[in-house]
Design a protein around this ligand. Structure first.
Ligand SMILES: NC(=O)c1ccc[n+]([C@@H]2O[C@H](COP(=O)([O-])OP(=O)(O)OC[C@H]3O[C@@H](n4cnc5c(N)ncnc54)[C@H](OP(=O)(O)O)[C@@H]3O)[C@@H](O)[C@H]2O)c1
Length: 190
């Protein structure tokens, strides 16, 4: 509300910046319900019933989502894919398929859609995050930092920390013996 147009990034990373392994979360053997609930809450929050949160993600990340994530009332799912094949098109929970990150952002923040799209969230994976954190309209980065190392094949990019400031940091949470902290980095005003 009153914020300049832009989007937020939501990610969780372990030590070494890992985010995923073999198309699962790197820490898949240690489910972190608190982190899942945090992500589900922020990325679907609206202030009135006629509004939507746009969730933008790469095709592989989409394939990792479960029914509960895909089918949320106030969420408009955009999947980035160059594949014009039928599988995504047939999926009733994919509201739009767009072939580039920039076009997905342009569509979500366009004047005609701004009324209904209350917030725009970038949900990964690696390449999508890379484009997102470098984009001038990236306003906030919600980063769960997991204080443990897990084998990973996809990573959260370094971002220009001088352009952002840490505006919130939670207490340390612990689940299944894994400790983690919720941090939010906000773009500094120019
Ligand atoms: N920890 C976290 O917060 C988090 C969040 C998200 C994902 N993950 C993990 O990350 C892994 C998946 O990430 P990933 O990097 O392998 O895949 P991804 O980015 O989710 O998906 C890659 C696919 O998305 C499409 N795509 C991505 N960027 C594109 C672009 N700029 N232009 C056109 N198409 C683009 C392409 O689809 P087509 O091949 O269909 O053209 C590409 O093959 C999984 O292990 C997942 O669990 C972790």
């Amino acid at each position: 509300m009153g914020d300049p147009p832009g989007f937020s990034v939501m990610a969780a990373m372990c030590r070494g910046r890992g985010i995923g392994y073999k198309n699962k979360l790197s820490w898949w053997q240690y489910p972190l319900k608190g982190d899942y609930d945090y992500y589900m809450d922020w990325t679907s929050r609206v202030t009135s019933p006629d509004k939507y949160c746009v969730n933008i993600m790469g095709r592989k990340t989409w394939e990792t989502t479960g029914e509960e994530e895909r089918n949320r009332k106030h969420v408009f799912n955009i999947v980035i894919s160059r594949d014009t094949g039928k599988t995504l098109k047939k999926d009733p929970h994919v509201h739009k398929i767009i072939s580039s990150f920039d076009d997905a952002v342009r569509f979500s923040l366009s004047t005609e859609n701004r009324e209904q799209f209350e917030s725009v969230w970038i949900l990964g994976g690696e390449k999508v995050y890379e484009e997102a954190v470098q984009h001038p309209l990236c306003r906030r980065i919600f980063l769960t930092e997991i204080m443990e190392h897990f084998q990973s094949d996809t990573f959260f990019p370094q971002f220009e920390e001088e352009k952002f400031e840490k505006t919130s940091e939670s207490d340390v949470h612990e689940e299944n013996g894994i400790r983690y902290v919720f941090k939010v980095y906000s773009r500094k005003s120019e």
